[in-house]
Design a binder for this molecule. Sequence first.
Ligand code: ATP
Length: 318
Amino acid sequence: MPPEVPLAIDVRGLTKRYGPRVVVDDVALQVRAGRICGFLGPNGSGKTTTIRMLCGLLTPDGGAGTVLGLDVRRDALAIRRQVGYMTQKFGLYEDLSIRQNLTFIARLFALPDRGRAVDDALARLGLAERQHQLAGALSGGWKQRLALAACLIHQPRLLLLDEPTAGVDPKARRDFWDQIHQLAAQGITVLVSTHYMDEAERCHELVYIAYGRVLARGTEAEIVAAAGLTVFEVAGPLEAVRTDALKAAPGVQSVAAFGNAVHVAGRDGALIQQAVAPLAALPGITVRRASANLEDVFISLIGQAQDNFASAPGATKS
Ligand SMILES: Nc1ncnc2c1ncn2[C@@H]1O[C@H](COP(=O)(O)OP(=O)(O)OP(=O)(O)O)[C@@H](O)[C@H]1O
């Protein structure tokens, strides 16, 4: 990405406390215009809180920076007008039709030509034919599409999407991601939180947060490389494999099942090899070196974070 592309999000030191608990702790985020940045982390790690500070709905207790060139502390109202925020709950009126929901949002933004803005949003998301259906009667995938239409109606330059595909079927998720990539190609910046690894892989770049702190950032390849994990895949009749013993073995940071295999990962290659070597003697079991994937890395990072932060005063528990 050429450095002359402006930063749509450029914040540092972002911090939020609830009482004695620091739920977002010194977070820095930089996302260039037109990029799709995946925001990952376990439940309760501070993603929603960070997103709400970025769109001006929550005032940070610390930190500074800009969103779309506007001051994240001073210009909250102006930021809100240029940002599309999709919440986890979609925020639709179930007893209004698709069109009525969009008209309502267009009114909230006091858009000058409401009818046209609604028509454009309906057309863009393929909702025109269903415009008179009640939102409450739509399937999860169509609700999600309507929610995306609603957050695009004022033509925002930045989309903040908080777990937009939770509970949505694979076809609808694929359509959604195609749409997100089309929007990014038009120059719209997207910060999207997700728990799905296949969605993380569709992002241009990723930020991983746990206990309110950023633990990893970069492209998928950069994050995997930086983690420096050694991974062995143990496959075969896994009933014979004592995964609890594996988890407790020195140097093992994660043991995760993938279909008929488990991935055993850690940073110390020699220790990992030592842990898995005896398994190769079990009947039908094969042990081979594998490439680390994002999930291996994130499981390993959260394990380290638990050791480092979970017992710290004010730590958030997920
Ligand atoms: N208004 C509030 N008052 C007190 N604590 C809060 C408040 N809002 C959030 N928290 C706490 O802050 C922490 C971070 O919450 P947040 O919703 O930002 O996490 P998240 O990463 O979005 O989680 P999830 O993946 O489950 O959506 C959690 O421990 C949560 O309980």
